[in-house]
Design a protein around this ligand. Sequence first.
Ligand code: BG6
Length: 492
Amino acid sequence: RIAPPCGLVIFGITGDLARTKLLPAIYDLANRGLLNPAFALTGFARRDWSGGDFEDFVRASIERHARTGFNERTWRQLADGLRFVPGSFDDQDGYRKLAETVADLDRTRGTGGNHAFYLSIPPAWFPVVCQHLADTGLNSVRSDHEWRRIIIEKPFGHDLASAQDLSEAVSRVFDERDVFRIDHYLGKETVQNILAMRFANTMFEPLWNANYVDHVQISMSEEIGIGTRAGYYDGIGAARDVIQNHLLQLLALTAMEEPVRFTPEALRVEKEKVLSAVRLPGDLDASTARGQYAAGWQGGAKVRGFLEEDSIPAESHTETFAALKLFVDTRRWAGVPFYLRTGKRLGKRVTEIAVVFRRAAHVPFENSEMGETGQNVLVVRVQPDEGMTIRFGAKVPGTEMQVRDVTMDFGYGHAFTEDSPEAYERLILDALVGSAPLFPHQREVELSWRILDPVLAHWAASGAPEQYRPGSWGPASAHEMLALDGRSWRIP
Ligand code: BG6
């Protein structure tokens, strides 16, 4: 699969995401030969830049962040297709210049009337940008062979109502099939592997249900704090930032039924079924937890607490840790709790899905030392050490019949020699090719907000989040939440 001749316009090109992820991913795609030579990249920003300044900016980002080595030929090819349009998001003049640039690229570069607009900007601007794109005709094609697409980055709203408003503004200008919503977790190899593991094998699926599964833990922990992202993060918090999108998508892939095909429609039907079957327990105090990282030490360095971070108001109630318990009310999952958690400044950067199986009804050996729980566990390690682990009991060597927990590992790095593309490479390529299975549909976005809204409302009425120590595994209430169920969080 190679992207057809086309142009990509990035709004928010000077932002962190563009600099550290998008530009390097585009270069890596070019370096792997996955972009057509006619590909063109246009930056749109409120900067007084010449074409040369823009080229320097793009080159610096690639040299710093690209995964494939710097190749002069690839760079020249890409650099010839670079354009910069100065303008602010609400200034019609900028869009007129953009329309001229796009028309010129079709004539001189051969982009063939195919253009995607990537909005890597705060969502409050989506309606404004979309309206201007429409007013300058940038959303419309001259023939059936051409396309215009919009690629948007989360957060898709801050609750259900705002997500619906946002979607309405976008869909006034672009057809749903031309809207590509990025959830970069879906671009990760290991996330796609959940489907391969479940549906390309026979040995997992028969056990993948309430008869055998005790509970599921989906964790995404980070060591970093909010860094320089106060403007984005304050008022958003861990649940909106990560659970609404990444973790609920992981839950959907883990819990869904087999799709009839690997097509966007078939996948969506199954993901939507799961998301619409999700139920929160009645007592949100006992089944949710949130926290804010306090000041302290982490990895040998002194770190500031969330409330002392630059531009965070001292009275902010924004959570940097969030955990919740959910049920999926289907026959397959009846009564099986799914525990989700995410947080910044935790013990380790790990994303994993742990499927914890029920204990054997009877174990005929005495002296078993089957670990803390003595339960089989299948862990899908999404990152950083991508792979899978299965935990099971084995005989301890010796003259006694003793059993102890051991693990069996599959590591991507060992099993494959192929280099795995970065999530953004995969997703940008898919958007340019027009392949949609890895992009969430608006209905999924809305179902996810429907799940989260009551939790957010409950927290908003519950005062300040609990503080937790940097480098720990979150606030005490998160541990109590599982202890109430006679369980404990895994320490990855
Ligand atoms: C983003 C969140 O979606 O994912 C960030 O906005 C978070 O807060 C990031 O740090 C983590 O992504 P990854 O790929 O490093 O796990």
